[in-house]
Design a protein around this ligand. Structure first.
Ligand SMILES: NC(=O)c1ccc[n+]([C@@H]2O[C@H](COP(=O)([O-])OP(=O)(O)OC[C@H]3O[C@@H](n4cnc5c(N)ncnc54)[C@H](O)[C@@H]3O)[C@@H](O)[C@H]2O)c1
Length: 253
Protein backbone atom coordinates (compact mmCIF):
# COMPACT_ATOMS: atom_id res chain seq x y z
CA UNK A 1 0.00 0.00 0.00
CA UNK A 2 1.32 3.43 -0.94
CA UNK A 3 0.92 5.86 1.96
CA UNK A 4 -0.34 9.32 1.02
CA UNK A 5 -0.53 12.56 3.02
CA UNK A 6 -2.22 15.76 1.81
CA UNK A 7 -1.09 19.36 2.42
CA UNK A 8 -4.02 21.75 2.19
CA UNK A 9 -6.13 18.83 3.39
CA UNK A 10 -9.15 20.97 4.31
CA UNK A 11 -9.21 22.94 1.03
CA UNK A 12 -11.21 22.36 -2.16
CA UNK A 13 -8.51 20.28 -3.86
CA UNK A 14 -7.23 18.64 -0.68
CA UNK A 15 -10.68 17.31 0.20
CA UNK A 16 -11.25 15.99 -3.34
CA UNK A 17 -7.86 14.24 -3.31
CA UNK A 18 -8.61 12.80 0.15
CA UNK A 19 -11.83 11.26 -1.18
CA UNK A 20 -10.11 9.67 -4.20
CA UNK A 21 -7.21 8.30 -2.12
CA UNK A 22 -9.63 7.02 0.53
CA UNK A 23 -11.60 5.09 -2.12
CA UNK A 24 -8.51 3.62 -3.87
CA UNK A 25 -7.74 0.01 -2.82
CA UNK A 26 -3.98 0.40 -3.48
CA UNK A 27 -3.54 3.67 -1.56
CA UNK A 28 -3.63 4.48 2.15
CA UNK A 29 -4.59 7.95 3.35
CA UNK A 30 -2.47 8.79 6.43
CA UNK A 31 -3.82 12.31 7.08
CA UNK A 32 -2.60 15.76 6.26
CA UNK A 33 -1.71 19.29 7.24
CA UNK A 34 -3.59 22.58 6.90
CA UNK A 35 -3.66 25.90 8.74
CA UNK A 36 -5.99 24.50 11.42
CA UNK A 37 -6.53 21.06 12.93
CA UNK A 38 -9.21 18.82 11.48
CA UNK A 39 -9.90 15.45 9.92
CA UNK A 40 -9.79 14.14 6.39
CA UNK A 41 -11.96 11.04 5.93
CA UNK A 42 -11.27 10.03 9.53
CA UNK A 43 -7.53 10.74 9.39
CA UNK A 44 -5.80 13.41 11.45
CA UNK A 45 -5.09 16.84 9.94
CA UNK A 46 -2.51 18.80 11.95
CA UNK A 47 -1.46 22.47 11.72
CA UNK A 48 1.24 22.98 9.08
CA UNK A 49 3.65 24.31 11.71
CA UNK A 50 3.90 20.68 12.92
CA UNK A 51 4.56 19.17 9.48
CA UNK A 52 8.03 17.86 10.34
CA UNK A 53 6.81 15.84 13.36
CA UNK A 54 3.75 14.73 11.33
CA UNK A 55 5.91 13.33 8.50
CA UNK A 56 8.24 11.57 10.98
CA UNK A 57 5.28 9.95 12.75
CA UNK A 58 3.08 9.01 9.75
CA UNK A 59 5.90 8.11 7.34
CA UNK A 60 3.95 8.77 4.09
CA UNK A 61 5.53 7.72 0.80
CA UNK A 62 4.12 10.83 -0.90
CA UNK A 63 2.94 14.29 0.12
CA UNK A 64 0.41 15.83 -2.28
CA UNK A 65 0.43 19.63 -1.88
CA UNK A 66 -2.41 21.94 -2.99
CA UNK A 67 -2.02 24.98 -0.72
CA UNK A 68 -0.67 28.47 -1.45
CA UNK A 69 2.79 29.25 -2.83
CA UNK A 70 4.55 30.36 0.38
CA UNK A 71 3.15 27.39 2.33
CA UNK A 72 4.01 24.91 -0.42
CA UNK A 73 7.68 25.97 -0.38
CA UNK A 74 7.89 25.12 3.35
CA UNK A 75 5.98 21.85 2.90
CA UNK A 76 8.28 20.83 0.03
CA UNK A 77 11.38 21.53 2.14
CA UNK A 78 9.94 19.44 4.99
CA UNK A 79 9.02 16.54 2.67
CA UNK A 80 12.43 16.55 0.96
CA UNK A 81 14.12 16.59 4.37
CA UNK A 82 12.12 13.51 5.41
CA UNK A 83 12.63 11.58 2.17
CA UNK A 84 8.96 11.88 1.17
CA UNK A 85 8.22 12.07 -2.59
CA UNK A 86 6.06 14.96 -3.79
CA UNK A 87 3.16 15.83 -6.06
CA UNK A 88 2.72 19.61 -6.14
CA UNK A 89 -0.28 21.32 -7.75
CA UNK A 90 -0.02 24.64 -5.96
CA UNK A 91 0.35 27.62 -8.31
CA UNK A 92 1.57 31.21 -8.06
CA UNK A 93 5.28 30.55 -7.32
CA UNK A 94 7.73 33.41 -7.92
CA UNK A 95 10.94 32.64 -9.85
CA UNK A 96 12.83 32.81 -6.50
CA UNK A 97 10.44 30.29 -4.91
CA UNK A 98 10.93 27.99 -7.92
CA UNK A 99 14.68 28.08 -7.31
CA UNK A 100 14.23 27.22 -3.61
CA UNK A 101 11.99 24.28 -4.61
CA UNK A 102 14.54 23.07 -7.16
CA UNK A 103 17.30 23.22 -4.54
CA UNK A 104 15.21 21.27 -2.03
CA UNK A 105 14.08 18.57 -4.47
CA UNK A 106 16.96 17.84 -6.87
CA UNK A 107 19.11 14.99 -5.62
CA UNK A 108 16.82 14.36 -2.63
CA UNK A 109 13.32 13.19 -3.66
CA UNK A 110 11.28 12.73 -6.86
CA UNK A 111 8.58 15.40 -7.35
CA UNK A 112 5.91 15.88 -9.99
CA UNK A 113 5.13 19.59 -10.20
CA UNK A 114 2.47 20.86 -12.58
CA UNK A 115 0.23 23.89 -12.83
CA UNK A 116 -2.45 21.55 -14.17
CA UNK A 117 -2.89 17.83 -13.57
CA UNK A 118 -5.79 17.22 -15.98
CA UNK A 119 -5.05 14.95 -18.94
CA UNK A 120 -7.06 17.26 -21.20
CA UNK A 121 -5.04 20.36 -20.31
CA UNK A 122 -1.78 18.52 -20.95
CA UNK A 123 -3.06 17.66 -24.46
CA UNK A 124 -4.36 21.24 -24.85
CA UNK A 125 -0.82 22.57 -24.10
CA UNK A 126 0.53 20.35 -26.89
CA UNK A 127 -2.09 21.71 -29.32
CA UNK A 128 -1.23 25.30 -28.32
CA UNK A 129 2.47 24.58 -28.99
CA UNK A 130 1.68 23.17 -32.43
CA UNK A 131 -0.59 26.12 -33.30
CA UNK A 132 2.08 28.61 -32.16
CA UNK A 133 4.63 26.92 -34.45
CA UNK A 134 2.31 27.32 -37.45
CA UNK A 135 0.57 30.62 -36.62
CA UNK A 136 3.27 32.79 -35.05
CA UNK A 137 2.27 35.80 -37.16
CA UNK A 138 -1.38 35.73 -35.96
CA UNK A 139 -2.50 37.93 -33.04
CA UNK A 140 -2.60 35.85 -29.86
CA UNK A 141 -4.89 36.39 -26.86
CA UNK A 142 -5.00 34.15 -23.77
CA UNK A 143 -8.15 34.09 -21.63
CA UNK A 144 -8.81 32.20 -18.41
CA UNK A 145 -11.82 32.06 -16.05
CA UNK A 146 -11.98 30.73 -12.48
CA UNK A 147 -14.20 30.78 -9.38
CA UNK A 148 -14.47 33.88 -7.19
CA UNK A 149 -12.12 32.51 -4.48
CA UNK A 150 -9.06 31.91 -6.67
CA UNK A 151 -6.10 33.73 -5.13
CA UNK A 152 -3.58 34.11 -7.98
CA UNK A 153 -4.01 35.67 -11.43
CA UNK A 154 -3.40 34.86 -14.16
CA UNK A 155 -3.77 31.17 -13.38
CA UNK A 156 -0.79 28.82 -13.25
CA UNK A 157 -2.18 27.09 -16.34
CA UNK A 158 -2.28 30.41 -18.22
CA UNK A 159 1.32 31.10 -17.16
CA UNK A 160 2.30 27.71 -18.57
CA UNK A 161 0.54 28.67 -21.84
CA UNK A 162 2.64 31.89 -21.91
CA UNK A 163 5.84 29.88 -21.31
CA UNK A 164 4.96 27.59 -24.23
CA UNK A 165 4.29 30.61 -26.48
CA UNK A 166 7.62 32.18 -25.42
CA UNK A 167 9.46 28.91 -26.12
CA UNK A 168 8.00 28.77 -29.64
CA UNK A 169 7.90 32.48 -30.56
CA UNK A 170 10.55 34.19 -28.44
CA UNK A 171 9.89 36.47 -25.49
CA UNK A 172 6.90 38.58 -26.52
CA UNK A 173 5.41 41.51 -24.62
CA UNK A 174 2.40 40.49 -22.48
CA UNK A 175 -0.46 42.94 -21.98
CA UNK A 176 -2.59 42.10 -18.94
CA UNK A 177 -6.07 43.44 -19.71
CA UNK A 178 -6.60 46.61 -21.73
CA UNK A 179 -8.14 49.92 -20.77
CA UNK A 180 -8.17 53.40 -22.32
CA UNK A 181 -5.98 54.07 -25.33
CA UNK A 182 -4.63 50.55 -25.70
CA UNK A 183 -4.19 49.90 -29.39
CA UNK A 184 -2.73 46.46 -30.07
CA UNK A 185 1.00 46.49 -30.87
CA UNK A 186 2.45 43.96 -33.24
CA UNK A 187 3.51 40.76 -31.53
CA UNK A 188 2.02 41.50 -28.12
CA UNK A 189 0.09 38.77 -26.32
CA UNK A 190 -3.07 39.83 -24.47
CA UNK A 191 -3.80 38.02 -21.19
CA UNK A 192 -7.24 38.18 -19.53
CA UNK A 193 -8.40 36.74 -16.20
CA UNK A 194 -12.12 36.40 -15.41
CA UNK A 195 -13.22 35.65 -11.82
CA UNK A 196 -16.71 34.64 -10.76
CA UNK A 197 -19.12 32.11 -9.33
CA UNK A 198 -17.93 28.55 -9.06
CA UNK A 199 -16.14 28.24 -12.44
CA UNK A 200 -13.74 25.29 -12.04
CA UNK A 201 -11.28 26.40 -14.74
CA UNK A 202 -11.60 27.57 -18.36
CA UNK A 203 -8.65 28.38 -20.64
CA UNK A 204 -8.59 29.57 -24.21
CA UNK A 205 -5.94 30.69 -26.69
CA UNK A 206 -7.14 32.72 -29.66
CA UNK A 207 -5.00 32.96 -32.81
CA UNK A 208 -6.57 35.74 -34.90
CA UNK A 209 -5.46 36.40 -38.48
CA UNK A 210 -7.05 38.30 -41.33
CA UNK A 211 -10.33 36.64 -42.37
CA UNK A 212 -10.04 33.77 -39.86
CA UNK A 213 -9.57 32.86 -36.21
CA UNK A 214 -8.69 29.63 -34.53
CA UNK A 215 -9.46 29.19 -30.84
CA UNK A 216 -8.16 26.31 -28.73
CA UNK A 217 -9.97 25.91 -25.45
CA UNK A 218 -10.34 23.63 -22.47
CA UNK A 219 -13.08 23.59 -19.85
CA UNK A 220 -12.92 21.64 -16.58
CA UNK A 221 -16.35 20.74 -15.17
CA UNK A 222 -15.23 19.24 -11.86
CA UNK A 223 -11.99 19.60 -9.86
CA UNK A 224 -11.99 15.81 -9.56
CA UNK A 225 -10.23 15.90 -12.95
CA UNK A 226 -7.20 17.62 -11.33
CA UNK A 227 -7.38 15.38 -8.26
CA UNK A 228 -7.44 12.19 -10.35
CA UNK A 229 -4.41 13.42 -12.30
CA UNK A 230 -2.55 14.24 -9.08
CA UNK A 231 -3.28 10.75 -7.71
CA UNK A 232 -2.12 9.24 -11.01
CA UNK A 233 1.12 11.24 -10.64
CA UNK A 234 1.47 9.99 -7.05
CA UNK A 235 1.30 6.34 -8.16
CA UNK A 236 3.84 7.09 -10.93
CA UNK A 237 6.40 9.06 -8.88
CA UNK A 238 7.21 6.30 -6.37
CA UNK A 239 10.76 5.04 -6.85
CA UNK A 240 11.74 7.57 -9.55
CA UNK A 241 15.12 9.34 -9.60
CA UNK A 242 15.23 12.39 -7.28
CA UNK A 243 14.40 15.32 -9.54
CA UNK A 244 11.45 17.41 -10.76
CA UNK A 245 9.09 15.82 -13.31
CA UNK A 246 6.25 17.33 -15.35
CA UNK A 247 2.76 15.86 -15.80
CA UNK A 248 3.68 15.48 -19.49
CA UNK A 249 6.34 12.97 -18.38
CA UNK A 250 3.81 11.13 -16.18
CA UNK A 251 1.48 10.82 -19.19
CA UNK A 252 4.31 9.89 -21.56
CA UNK A 253 3.46 12.78 -23.90
N1 LIG B 1 -2.30 21.94 -10.58
C1 LIG B 1 -3.62 21.79 -10.69
O1 LIG B 1 -4.11 20.95 -11.46
C2 LIG B 1 -4.52 22.65 -9.85
C3 LIG B 1 -5.91 22.50 -9.90
C4 LIG B 1 -6.69 23.26 -9.02
C5 LIG B 1 -6.09 24.14 -8.13
N2 LIG B 1 -4.73 24.27 -8.15
C6 LIG B 1 -4.03 25.11 -7.18
O2 LIG B 1 -4.03 24.45 -5.92
C7 LIG B 1 -4.00 25.40 -4.87
C8 LIG B 1 -5.17 25.15 -3.91
O3 LIG B 1 -6.41 25.33 -4.58
P1 LIG B 1 -7.80 25.14 -3.84
O4 LIG B 1 -8.85 25.56 -4.79
O5 LIG B 1 -7.84 23.79 -3.20
O6 LIG B 1 -7.64 26.27 -2.70
P2 LIG B 1 -8.29 26.28 -1.22
O7 LIG B 1 -8.12 27.67 -0.73
O8 LIG B 1 -9.65 25.68 -1.24
O9 LIG B 1 -7.34 25.29 -0.39
C9 LIG B 1 -6.04 25.62 0.02
C10 LIG B 1 -5.87 25.05 1.43
O10 LIG B 1 -4.52 25.28 1.84
C11 LIG B 1 -4.57 25.63 3.20
N3 LIG B 1 -3.34 26.29 3.61
C12 LIG B 1 -3.03 27.61 3.58
N4 LIG B 1 -1.81 27.80 4.11
C13 LIG B 1 -1.36 26.58 4.47
C14 LIG B 1 -0.18 26.12 5.08
N5 LIG B 1 0.77 26.98 5.52
N6 LIG B 1 0.00 24.79 5.25
C15 LIG B 1 -0.96 23.91 4.92
N7 LIG B 1 -2.14 24.30 4.37
C16 LIG B 1 -2.32 25.62 4.15
C17 LIG B 1 -5.80 26.51 3.33
O11 LIG B 1 -6.22 26.62 4.69
C18 LIG B 1 -6.78 25.72 2.47
O12 LIG B 1 -7.48 24.74 3.22
C19 LIG B 1 -4.03 26.78 -5.55
O13 LIG B 1 -2.71 27.24 -5.69
C20 LIG B 1 -4.63 26.48 -6.93
O14 LIG B 1 -4.25 27.39 -7.91
C21 LIG B 1 -3.95 23.54 -8.97
Amino acid sequence: MTRIAVAGALGRMGTTIGRIVNEAPDLELVGGVDLAEGTLFGEEVVPAARIDAFLKEKRPDILIDFTVAAAAVENIKAAAGNNVALVVGTTGFSPEQREVIRGAVEGNVPAVISSNFSVGVNIFWKLVREAARQLGDYDIEVTEAHHRYKKDAPSGTAKTILEILDQELGNREKVYGRVGLAERKEGEIGVHAIRGGDIVGDHSVLFAGNFECIEISHRAYDRAVFAQGAVRAARWVVGKEPRIYSMQEVLGL
